[in-house]
Design a binder for this molecule. Structure first.
Ligand code: SF4
Ligand code: SF4
Length: 180
């Protein structure tokens, strides 16, 4: 399609969409605009949509499960997860056992100014430490404030919905960490 026919076709499609949105019932024959009836959007923030329970709103951290293994940070395509930790000696699990070495999480930040909400970090975490919350109201006037630290990410756990049972016949992988 040439440039001019393409432009004309695009303008026709846009114009008909505008008419259908502004005059949703009988086109321009009524001449009574009723744009809100035809609009597919909601009038946020006066009206708030209820997202599905499994919506990807924000990522919550269950700090007690995180071993600072760095797997999520390494797999994140945007490099927007920042983790720091240190090692500590822990008592042996059994009597007469050897002392263990455990990772202690010092820093866990996600920069939501860079995150593209792909969910790879949640999927790859082998210790059930990351969860999706459907909360979406965390915009900030300052872009630097979109960096959520460990404490803020932990607070999001309160908004993680309860786990639903898998469909019968599917692999029974029951998550062991309920929301705090
Ligand atoms: S959702 Fe994707 S982009 Fe965002 S922190 Fe996780 S891996 Fe990175
Ligand atoms: S959130 Fe999971 S994958 Fe990321 S460092 Fe913690 S345990 Fe490892």
């Amino acid at each position: 399609m040439g440039l001019v026919p393409g432009l004309v076709k695009g303008l026709v499609v846009t114009g008909s969409t505008v008419v259908r949105t502004v005059f949703p019932k009988r086109g321009m024959r009524t001449l009574v605009p009723a744009p809100t009836k035809g609009a597919a959007t909601v009038q946020y923030p006066h009206v708030k949509e209820a997202p599905p329970t499994r919506a990807r709103g924000v990522i919550a951290l269950h700090e007690g499960n995180c071993t600072a293994c760095m797997l999520c940070a390494r797999e994140c395509p945007d490099w927007c997860i920042y983790i720091e930790g240190h090692k500590e000696k822990a008592p042996p699990r059994r009597a007469a056992g050897k002392p263990r070495q455990v990772n202690i999480l010092d820093r866990f930040d996600i920069d939501y100014a860079l995150c593209m909400f792909c969910g790879i970090c949640v999927d790859v975490c082998p210790f059930e430490a990351l969860f999706w919350s459907p909360e979406y109201e965390f915009s900030e006037p300052r872009i630097a404030d979109l960096l959520h630290d460990k404490e803020r990410l932990t607070e999001w756990m309160e908004t993680v919905p309860d786990f639903e049972d898998y469909e019968p016949g599917s692999v029974a992988k029951k998550l062991e960490v309920p929301p705090t």
